[in-house]
Design a protein around this ligand. Structure first.
Ligand code: NAD
Ligand code: TYD
Length: 360
């Protein structure tokens, strides 16, 4: 049985990845989820699998290097999938320090702990061990409207403290591969959307605000472009890279689904109107009148667009969920999980961990 150490598994993509992996591999894998539960970590995201015998949650901070070494000593880890990070650009503009601490020093700790556990006396690594570092397309900087695509060979040019910290963490992983021949991969993915996304990010924020008749803030002219990928496609891509990709390589993951922010907002409003049943009081609240142009984000990247040619050619991955289908699945999920959203907006979700452990 392969043992996976997943960091940041209580967050948006990490929890979707854990669900995906149990769906795919069932009881043939063991997943250890290491997460310190920042504001973005929510164990409720994993409620339906928390009692599985082949799932273990460890509340720990990746910035605690000794604890990471200890976790590797206590468990024979075969795969690391490293998601844990501070992930929101707006927060990084207000408070960059924690981004450097978690994203750069935390990643260094994960590399050191894995190297310590996996390295043999002759400097080679134990057979079959693999580390996958989950990163973002934002490390490549910003494209103009007609400025082509991000390839794995595109030079790094991050602009926000978030993307600069992720770029630094990628460089450390590359340095470990080059210096020690450390068995790793890096994936750089475009913007994700789907279930369990924290409502500070564009898509869940717009869905939630529209359903409550609250303003829909559009930064700048609303014409910044992001390349949206359904989160389950990302989870699948990560697993395929780790199992079928060439070690030491970087793979870009993207949906070929570029949309301006204002287009996204219109699609969400139209889809909400279409999906809300007649007579539902929220139908009257969902309106284009809620769209409110606000001051632009500082240093706002204009356009991101991934060319996923390499992952398609080498690994056979392609995005399965088109945006029209993905956004409907996402909205349906938020309709069915109103209580999940309410517990986040009220702050109650942070009590889940205490309650869960006080009952055991
Ligand atoms: P998220 O903010 O939803 O979740 C982050 C998780 O990491 C949370 O559970 C949090 O508690 C945990 N965490 C934070 N600091 C920690 C620490 N010091 N120790 C242990 N755990 C800690 O983030 P996400 O959107 O799921 O993103 C996951 C990863 O994917 C990140 O590395 C991000 O850079 C990358 N990524 C995200 C996107 C996107 O669109 N969201 C796109 C490409 C890449
Ligand atoms: P976001 O979801 O924060 O992801 P990222 O900054 O990592 O791409 O933002 C996506 C886009 O939406 C980005 O161009 C900023 C914009 N945006 C708004 O216009 N209004 C908002 O309230 C938010 C959160 C984002």
């Amino acid at each position: 049985m392969k043992t996976y150490l997943v960091t940041g598994g209580a967050g948006f993509i990490g929890s979707n990845y854990i669900h995906y992996m149990f769906k795919k591999y069932g009881d043939t894998i063991h997943i250890i989820n290491v997460d310190c539960l920042t504001y973005a970590g929510n164990l409720e995201n994993l409620k339906d699998i928390e009692d599985k015998e082949n799932y273990t949650f460890i509340k720990a901070d990746i910035c605690d290097g000794e604890r990471m070494i200890q976790i590797f000593e206590e468990n024979d880890i075969d795969r690391v999938v490293h998601f844990a990070a501070e992930s929101h650009v707006d927060r990084s503009i207000k408070n960059p320090d924690v981004f450097v601490k978690t994203n750069v020093l935390g990643t260094l700790n994960m590399l050191n702990a894995a190297k310590n556990a996996w390295e043999l006396p002759d400097g080679t690594f134990k057979e079959g061990k693999k580390f996958l570092h989950v990163s973002t397309d934002e490390v490549y900087g910003s494209l103009t409207e007609d400025g082509g695509y991000f390839y794995e060979t595109t030079p790094y040019a991050p602009h926000s403290p978030y993307s600069a910290s992720k770029a630094s963490s990628d460089m450390l992983v590359k340095a470990y591969m080059d210096t020690y021949h450390f068995p790793a991969n890096i994936t750089n993915c475009s913007n994700n959307y789907g279930p369990y996304q924290f409502p500070e990010k564009l898509i869940p924020l717009i869905i939630n605000n529209a359903l409550h008749g609250k303003k829909l803030p559009v930064y700048g002219d609303g014409k910044n472009v992001r390349d949206w990928l359904y989160v389950e496609d990302h989870a699948k891509g990560i697993d395929m890279v780790q199992e079928k990709g060439r070690l030491f390589e970087t793979y870009n993951i993207g949906g070929h689904n570029e949309k301006q922010n204002i287009e996204i907002i219109h699609i969400i409003l139209d889809t909400l109107q279409e999906m809300l049943p007649e007579g539902d009081p929220r139908k009257a609240l969902v309106s284009e009148d809620l769209i409110t142009y606000v001051e632009d984000r500082k240093g706002h990247d204009r356009r991101y667009a991934i060319a996923p040619d390499k992952i398609k050619a080498e690994v056979g991955w392609y995005p399965e969920t088109c945006f029209a289908e993905g956004i409907r699945k996402t909205i349906k999920w938020y309709f069915e999980h109103e209580d999940w959203m309410d517990r986040i907006t009220s702050g109650d979700y942070q009590k889940y961990y205490e309650d869960m452990y006080s009952h055991r």
